[in-house]
Write a protein that binds this ligand. Sequence first.
Ligand SMILES: [Mn+2]
Length: 503
Amino acid sequence: MKRTLKVKAGSCYLPKPKNQRMNGDDAMFVCEEVMIAGVADGVGGWAREGIDPGEYARELMAKAEEALLQLEPFDVLSEAYHGTTSPGASTACIVALHDIPHQKLTAVNVGDSGFMVVRNGYTIFKSSIQQHRFNTTYSLGQNNQRQDDFKKAQVIEVAVEADDIVVLGTDGLFDNVFSQEIEDLIRNKINLIAKPEKLATKIAKMAEEYSKRKFKVTPYSEAKSEAVKTSKGGKRDDITVVKKNKKRKMKRVLKMEAGWSYLPKPKKQRKNGDDAMFVCEELMIAGVADGVGGWAKEGIDPGEYARELMERTELVKQQHLEPFVVLSEAYHGATAAGASTACIVALHDTANQKLTVHAVNVGDSGFIILRNGKTVFKSTVQQHRFNIPFSLGQNSKRSDDFTRAQLIEVAVKTGDIVVLGTDGLFDNVFSHEIEDLIRNKKKLIAEPKKLATEIAKMAKGFSKEWSKVTPYSIAKSKDGKISIGGKQDDITVVVLNIVASDE
Ligand SMILES: [Mn+2]
């Protein structure tokens, strides 16, 4: 592979003067070689409990550097986070540049650190902050109830070009300096663009200066809605994009054996039903989608968008095995009218031979993981209200923002079985009914195709019952309409067996 991008980075850290904490609460890392950088900001409140707030942030960034075999920021942060042991909590933002298949930047963000992308002197992108309320940001930490679930980490993707400037910083920067002020500085000091170290220092000094001013309007003062602002150390790294690229290698310890079954609900007009799916055993990735039926009223085949979404994954999965990225690319490329739920699951075995399932989920498709006949994981449903699941679509105001896609990561073991399906499965069948089926038909475990067919047939049978209690009837009853029976729908079931690779 040939690189088309490279990174020139510079950084500057100005800790706020404190007696006890000379290193401040921020931490960072930059790796030009693999085009990735990150910042973290320890949650100050821990100082009251005698804990150095910077320690957790520093451990998080040190562990992130160790995880750089992964180049997807979400994976890097996930590994770093799951490896941390220090007390405390921290915000974090990691940014990486990719040039295959497209030049783009991917990032993960938790809390109020962040980054912006400046092109020709103007901001083309600025990350948003995650906070519970003013001054209480989302944070990561191992040892405390106040921290947020890792799954809430925001995943960001931005198309970039050579010569774009990425300014990454903690809230010490973004609370004190508006984007326009950074743009102005870059436009007025064009000679600094080639010297990211100096540019970083200039920006940090500007933030520090503004942090000391009593009457300047700052993002912080606006947020606080007072004309008085705070002082905090500024800090960020600049990544100037020029020319080059990188690749990854992997050795397999896992193998995926897949089987599937699709039983469309009998309809006159839509013989193919509304569901769609793909399975790629070779790359250990599979997905399902379910077109939103309401579009039929507008003369549009609801299955068409779902099918396009799944077909488009073909184009990306050769390059990217992160389900979020695969779905993102498929979604951003899809043009059909309509909307769809989607769930994509991939098996990963690259990170220190830890076996994990990575998944992205939008709406009420989903998956369960079974171990020794017991459900050890079930994905949750995203819905606005009963029967209105989150959905993706390009041409509809009713669809949801892609950033609301749920990211899931679960540790797995060889022998685990993943059952992936649309709501036609999960509305009609309880997890324990799938468990029972597997326990009663152990021979099927080695034959995922047959197992998928059996599960789909069970779902179909239940969908026609009028007096059985089903997940659907329970949800409907909770919505206020006492109900029993199944729900007739298209039923898609994919069974993925995780087995040790003998290669
Ligand atoms: Mn459905």
